[in-house]
Design a protein around this ligand. Structure first.
Ligand SMILES: Nc1ncnc2c1ncn2[C@@H]1O[C@H](COP(=O)(O)OP(=O)(O)OP(=O)(O)O)[C@@H](O)[C@H]1O
Ligand SMILES: [Mg+2]
Length: 491
């Protein structure tokens, strides 16, 4: 039995005595009464050395659930599942639909903080509502924290703050994450449930580890960014050929950090003002993604695809109804500029909240304006490239559950000779039968690699032949020019 339990009944006896005292106190003169009250209170505090704080589920507004109460509930969930004998179970509506356990009414769990012992209990007040015709019972729950009075300052200054902070962090981890997409200047969202993780991502292990550490360091660096006076933001540029895992990596990043995703489609944004509005509306703990930045923005400030469309449109006297449909689909004065985007990254963006990543992807890093990708804007450049043998082994482990195979040697050899994207490799490793046959998948990959090698050989031969022909034509022209010149000279 904890010491404070011994004092609880004692406290109630004293409270009862005080009640009787109150009954009689009206018969005592005022001076004497205040003296006795003062000393009796001191006596109670002397005998009962514990402090209790109550956190009610509903405060003020009747239907507003207290933020502190739900943070405490989250904070105590792991302690409840290991300590409490009676538990309540509920499904959390996160991506895993996991079960959470919390302590039942009148249960108690203990906690420890820097050597201090504390107790949490869940209490309930039942009141009968007289307002309606059918009297209804009303339950009001509260958490009660008990600790020794000698730790008052430590508990009030640091323990409670840490409970609230951790409780909120647990809530963020358990929440359902969202994928936002923009339709013009409006965000709409769906539940984000991409299964990609860094474990399933095929790339060189050291490079992968470096990226994971960079991301985790960023997510924990709030104090650091505040100290050096920089906005808590980080920019990533992912570049590489199609099918090398850029989009997959972004999903893995969001899953690793538990962030929301904002997939910003620049071609649907009318102008810089709209862009600013969209970016300001993003929440913290999020990744803002602009895919194929080279296709969405013309680096001279005009829209590339807009221009292309004009060329394709050609005929100006088209059916006006068709034109109308097109205008509805594509905003009319779409004028997002590179400088608009850069100004935002440098200016307003820095001022709006923290903990945000911005990720650009491109297939052609060489086409990008250096201003866009300079350090400070895009802090980290990550190249995603063709599948190496090490990356293939990671895919084989994921797709086929194997770490070695007699066919690996041949595959290693072929990867040295020919390039294939992880997307194509993954396609070969997909099960071809039910249940999947490892050898069939590996042979399919070998066949694919050999075919690609053959195609590359044919292509190289064709190119060499074309070059040879071109060379021949050039030298023939030169010979003709020379003979014309010589004939002219003779004349
Ligand atoms: N590095 C990788 N590890 C695991 N799977 C990969 C990897 N790269 C590609 N894939 C697989 O290939 C598919 C296509 O990859 P993804 O969409 O990420 O490519 P991308 O680089 O974004 O291509 P694009 O430039 O065309 O947008 C994914 O569904 C994924 O399953
Ligand atoms: Mg992609």
């Amino acid at each position: 039995m904890a010491a404070k339990d011994f004092f609880t009944p004692l406290g109630s006896i004293i409270a009862s005595l005080m009640f009787f005292w109150a009954m009689f106190q009206q018969y005592f003169p005022y001076e004497l009464r205040s003296h006795v009250e003062k000393y009796s209170k001191r006596l109670v505090t002397l005998i009962y050395p514990y402090i209790q704080i109550t956190f009610h589920e509903f405060t003020g507004e009747r239907f507003m659930r207290s933020e502190a109460y739900s943070a405490i509930e989250n904070y105590l969930s792991s302690k409840s599942s290991t300590q409490a004998k009676r538990l309540k179970a509920d499904i959390v509506r996160n991506s895993n639909q996991s079960l959470v356990l919390s302590m039942d009414d009148h249960e108690e769990v203990s906690d420890e903080f820097e050597g201090i012992k504390l107790w949490w209990s869940l209490g309930k007040n039942i009141t009968k509502s007289q307002v309606s015709f059918y009297p209804a019972t009303d339950e009001k729950r509260y958490y009660k924290l008990t600790f020794h009075k000698r730790y008052r300052e430590k508990v009030l200054d640091s323990y409670l703050a840490s409970v609230l902070k951790e409780g909120k962090a647990i809530k963020v981890r358990n929440r359902m994450r969202k994928l936002y997409t923009n339709n013009g200047s409006m965000w709409s969202h769906v539940v984000f449930e991409h299964p990609a993780t860094f474990q399933t991502l095929a790339m060189e292990p050291e490079k992968k580890q470096e990226i994971i550490e960079d991301l985790i360091t960023f997510s924990k660096a709030e104090d650091f960014y505040a100290r050096i006076g920089r906005a808590w933001k980080r920019g990533y540029l992912l570049y590489g050929p199609p099918g090398t895992g850029k989009s997959t990596m972004i999903a893995a990043m969001a899953n690793l950090l538990g962030y929301d995703l904002y997939d910003l489609e620049l071609t649907a944004v009318r102008d810089n003002t709209e862009l600013r509005k969209l970016l300001i509306e993003t929440s913290s703990k999020s990744i803002i993604v602009i895919e194929d930045i080279d296709c969405s923005l013309d680096l001279t400030g005009q829209r590339t695809n807009k221009k292309k469309e004009k060329v394709e449109d050609g005929d100006e006297n088209k059916d006006p109804r068709q034109k109308l449909v097109k205008e509805e689909r594509e905003p009319k004065n779409s004028q997002v500029t590179l400088s608009g985007l850069l100004n935002f990254i440098d200016g307003l963006w820095s001022a709006c909240g923290g903990e945000r990543l911005i990720v650009f992807t491109t297939n052609h890093i060489e086409k990008l304006d250096p201003a866009l990708i300079r350090k400070g804007r895009m802090d980290k450049h990550i190249e995603l490239s063709y599948c190496s043998f090490v990356a293939f082994k990671a895919l084989a482990k994921n797709y086929l559950h194997i770490e070695s195979h007699e066919l690996f040697e041949r595959i290693d050899e072929l990867f040295g000779e020919i390039k294939m994207t992880p997307a194509d490799v993954a396609e070969h490793l997909m099960p071809k039968t039910v249940p999947g046959d490892v050898e069939v998948s590996l042979r399919s990959l070998i066949q694919g690699l050999e075919l690609a090698k053959e195609e590359a050989k044919v292509k190289a031969e064709k190119e060499a032949q074309e070059q040879e022909q071109e060379q021949e034509v050039k030298s023939e022209i030169k010979m003709q020019q020379n003979s014309v010149k010589e004939n002219g000279d003779v004349k």
